[in-house]
Design a binder for this molecule. Structure first.
Ligand SMILES: NC(=O)c1ccc[n+]([C@@H]2O[C@H](COP(=O)([O-])OP(=O)(O)OC[C@H]3O[C@@H](n4cnc5c(N)ncnc54)[C@H](OP(=O)(O)O)[C@@H]3O)[C@@H](O)[C@H]2O)c1
Length: 338
């Protein structure tokens, strides 16, 4: 089987926030060429800030820089339209972690997972039940260890990872406070996600408002952004608090700049745990356990899903740039059936 694929490639390395001319659409023909291959027709793409890190030339980032002309890294959910792989059949719904910004992808099946679209619609397998939810679950389960009644603070709380982490902590009976940009997002965090409070980091009184929202201090901080948001949370950390370093999005557009360390004296005297993590194959090996636990909570209606959706491959760069600027509410996805 032969298909005409359209893909979005990196045309230039962005300087600061990407602009549409940093991307270009390319057409190609794809077909199965050997054994153990699958051809996937993507129905929906999931956009994530990690792609921005790969667009830079920095080699000290966690992700290797992508080459000019390379298809932009991203995840996709779609159906298999051709298979010479014994593990996959035509018609299977799958989530391809390296699906990238394109209509079709050809894969050897590595990091491709079958998904149950009867349990949840395709886009949910990119957000809450996809890598965003897995990052939230992994960070909380392996580093945060939140206990019932503890105060858990989550930054970028209305985003894909943040809304998953905040809702999981709430489902585990923690007292959850979100941090988000602007009153609309803060209202969403309390009204839609059900968090006890949410503080707007763009407001000039942010540090004081955060302190007021956490009268018992902070036991777990799930950090998605770093920078001045982390600086405001830091003095509120309790003895033996755990800081889950999941992401530093406030730095992703500032090439070559690395933030100063937080006060290490506090790490000593408060006996803090500060630990970063990246989703690796080791975490992916626990994906079935994650899907079982979080899928059950989703089925029971304990976890809600918000997606920020656009339509058409051509809209991907725009949606991506909007996400980096904080324009998204929930997981940023692009449906391809335009
Ligand atoms: N460790 C891992 O394996 C792993 C896996 C997945 C994701 N991540 C990380 O998790 C974080 C969230 O990713 P996501 O996919 O869920 O994205 P997201 O939260 O859905 O979208 C990004 C959000 O970041 C916030 N933001 C952007 N610039 C900011 C700034 N300068 N200061 C504060 N907030 C800013 C914006 O929300 P506001 O409007 O609220 O500012 C924006 O909506 C990222 O840092 C990402 O790299 C890590």
């Amino acid at each position: 089987m032969k298909v005409v694929n359209h893909k979005i490639v990196l045309a230039a390395r962005p300087s600061g926030l990407p602009v549409p001319s940093d991307f270009r659409t390319v057409e190609e023909t794809l077909s199965l060429t050997g054994e153990r291959q699958i051809l996937i027709r993507h129905e929906v793409l999931g956009l994530a800030p990690a792609a921005r890190l790969r667009m830079g030339a920095e080699t000290d980032s966690y992700a290797a820089p992508m080459a000019i002309g390379e298809t932009v890294y991203g995840q996709a959910v779609g159906r298999i339209v051709g298979s010479s792989h014994p593990g996959f059949q035509e018609g299977d719904w799958v989530m391809a972690m390296g699906g990238s910004w394109q209509r079709y992808s050809l894969s050897d099946g590595e990091r491709v997972f079958k998904v149950d679209v009867d349990l949840a619609p395709p886009a949910v397998w990119l957000g809450l039940l996809g890598s965003s939810g897995l990052a939230a679950w992994t960070g909380l389960r392996q580093i945060g260890h939140p206990r019932p009644g503890e105060t858990v603070v989550v930054s970028a709380a209305t985003g894909a990872v943040g809304s998953s982490a905040a809702q999981l902590a709430k489902a585990w009976h923690c007292d959850v406070v979100g941090i988000a940009g602007g009153p609309r997002k803060c209202l969403h965090a309390t009204e839609f996600l059900g968090l006890r409070a949410c503080v707007d980091y763009r407001h000039p009184d942010f540090p004081e408002s955060l302190a007021a929202a956490c009268p018992n201090g902070v036991d777990v901080y799930f950090d998605n952004v770093g920078g001045k948001v982390r600086d405001a949370v830091w003095p509120q950390l309790n003895q033996n608090a755990r800081v889950v370093v999941c992401g530093l999005i406030s730095e992703y557009n500032t090439a070559g700049r690395r933030e100063p360390s937080p006060p290490w004296f506090d790490v000593l005297v408060k006996q803090l745990t500060v630990r970063g993590f990246l989703l690796t194959d080791q975490h992916l090996s626990r994906r079935a356990e994650f899907v079982e636990e979080v899928g059950e909570l989703y089925k029971k209606g304990c976890l809600r899903v918000q997606e920020d959706a656009s339509r058409g491959l051509g809209r991907v760069p725009e949606a991506f740039i909007a996400m980096l600027r904080g324009g998204n509410l929930g997981k940023t996805v692009v449906y391809l059936d335009d």
